[in-house]
Design a protein around this ligand. Structure first.
Ligand code: NAD
Ligand code: G6P
Ligand code: MN
Length: 440
């Protein structure tokens, strides 16, 4: 039986040990023989590799885990490249969040001005990664988690249209797990209809074994949002910040009961509530650094000092999902997932060249998207505004255009006026001097 080489770009990520464990849990059906970790931060990568080796060895000591900062070594002969770059790290995430908040605007990793700032940093490195893949592993599929996924997807569509890349997000999978728990059914029995952009979409129906359970779910979620009756298995989205986000889904459903909104729509539909709920001096980046990142590096330190292995990370839907997508490609399983794909008529009344988030069957030749019905004017209006903002932001980055960056900011629904857009953009330019293309 063929064995697989997996390369993980952003090998020093907090998610790497969890993804390695998810791979090992499937090893009978998906035999992986080599895991190469690629990063630009050698020290961080070495540390994360140490615990990843330990995780893997608990299952199969013949599987090699190799950290490297050499792209040729990492990618040559890879079957899959999993990507999870955080360009600028959490230090820059903190600025993306705090700068908008200092002007009374939502500050978020992937949405609004923070997301656009992160996009400006990530486009170049993701294009570089596609070029490494084309050079060293032309047959490999890149399965990309690197955020902001919507902006990354649009940039790659434009600049590297032939790249073998699938952009994915674990939020819908996390939400579907919660829906299964609310309905008290097996998560494998849930199937959804969904449309939108990444972090900007709606579940239009939820089926269990082919039967719609949307009404029941809607009734529950109008009161409780995505807060489950018992502790959810979706541990990745379970801390105090996420509970707030899950509760805000109820607020959105009370306003617009037709479809179940992605929890990320809170940043666009009820931004003032989010601003009021947030401690501007201790944002999500602080929480992540003090918890997910700290726990992992504490467990690595403990391993270094005592040789004892503690699992300082979580294997949630995040690890399982990327492995499931890879397996569906590797074995032509035609599994149905929500993916970020070029529209090409799937949503008939949105532009063909929009990168939309829609259901698709994943085959060994790539994704086969599902054709959807035209969407209502309310959703179309919201989506087109966001889409225009994302597309102009990508043009701004590629052309080095200040004017286009300002247009992208002014168009974004999180920002109330062009004057505020300019002030925030100028602050972000200063903060991102080391990362952004020069804007003229
Ligand atoms: P992290 O900071 O712990 O790890 C990211 C790693 O990327 C670091 O080791 C860093 O050195 C490395 N890196 C940065 N630039 C690089 C480059 N140019 N080439 C190679 N490596 C580079 O971040 P994290 O919290 O583990 O998150 C990782 C990424 O996954 C982020 O982009 C995050 O937004 C994303 N993510 C996406 C989803 C999704 O739904 N799409 C879900 C979870 C996380
Ligand atoms: C969800 C989203 C990701 C995002 C993550 C943030 O999983 O789908 O795109 O990166 O949440 O989680 P964090 O714990 O880093 O705030
Ligand atoms: Mn996501």
């Amino acid at each position: 039986m063929k064995t697989f080489k997996i390369a993980i770009a952003g090998g020093g990520s907090t998610y790497t040990p969890g993804i390695a464990k998810a791979l090992m849990l499937k090893k009978e059906d998906f035999p992986v023989s080599e895991i190469y970790l690629y990063d630009i931060n050698e020290e961080r990568q070495q540390k994360v590799a140490m615990i990843t080796q330990k995780v893997v060895a608990e299952f199969d000591s013949s599987v090699t885990v190799v950290p490297t900062i050499n792209p040729k070594t990492a990618f040559e002969g890879a079957d899959f490249i999993f990507a999870q770059l955080r360009v600028g790290g959490n230090t820059m995430r903190e600025k993306d969040e705090k700068i908008p908040f200092s002007h009374g605007i939502v500050g978020q990793e992937t949405c609004g001005p923070g997301g656009m700032a992160y996009g400006m940093r990530t486009i170049g490195p993701m294009i570089e990664l596609c070029d490494f893949a084309a050079k060293y592993a032309p047959n490999a599929w890149i399965i990309n988690y690197s955020n902001p996924a919507a902006i990354v997807a649009e940039a790659i569509r434009k600049e590297r249209p032939n790249a073998r890349i699938l952009n994915i997000c674990d939020m819908p999978i996390g939400m579907m797990l919660r829906m299964a728990e609310i309905l008290d059914v097996d998560k494998g029995d849930i199937e959804v209809d969904y449309f939108g952009l990444n972090h900007f979409g709606w579940f239009t129906d939820v089926y269990v074994k082919g039967k719609s359970r949307m009404n029941e779910l809607r009734e529950y979620m109008r009161v409780n949002g995505l807060v489950t009756p018992e502790q959810s298995k979706d541990l990745q989205h379970s801390d105090a910040d996420w509970i707030k986000a899950h509760k805000n889904v109820a607020k959105m459903l009370q306003l617009f009961p037709e479809y179940i909104p992605s929890s990320y729509l809170q940043y666009y539909l009820i931004p003032q509530t989010v601003v009021e709920q947030t401690d501007r001096s201790y944002t999500r980046a602080n929480r992540v650094m003090d918890n997910r990142e700290k726990n992992l590096f504490d467990s690595i330190k403990h391993l270094e000092e005592t040789g004892e292995f503690q699992e300082g990370f979580k294997v949630g839907v995040h690890g399982t999902f990327i492995v499931d997508v890879a397996m569906s490609i590797a074995f032509d399983q035609r599994a149905r997932f929500l993916l970020i794909l070029e529209n090409n008529g799937a949503i008939p009344n949105l532009p063909d060249d929009a990168m939309v988030e829609i259901p698709a069957y994943v085959t060994s030749r790539g994704p086969e998207p599902v054709s959807l019905k035209p969407i209502g004017l309310f959703y179309k209006g919201l989506i087109e505004q966001q889409l225009a903002s994302e597309k102009i932001l990508v043009e701004a980055a590629l052309e080095g255009s200040y004017q286009k960056a300002l247009q992208a900011f002014a168009l974004n629904k999180t920002i109330p006026s062009a004057e505020v857009a300019k002030v925030i953009l100028d602050d972000l330019i200063e903060a991102n001097e080391k990362f952004w293309p020069v804007l003229k």
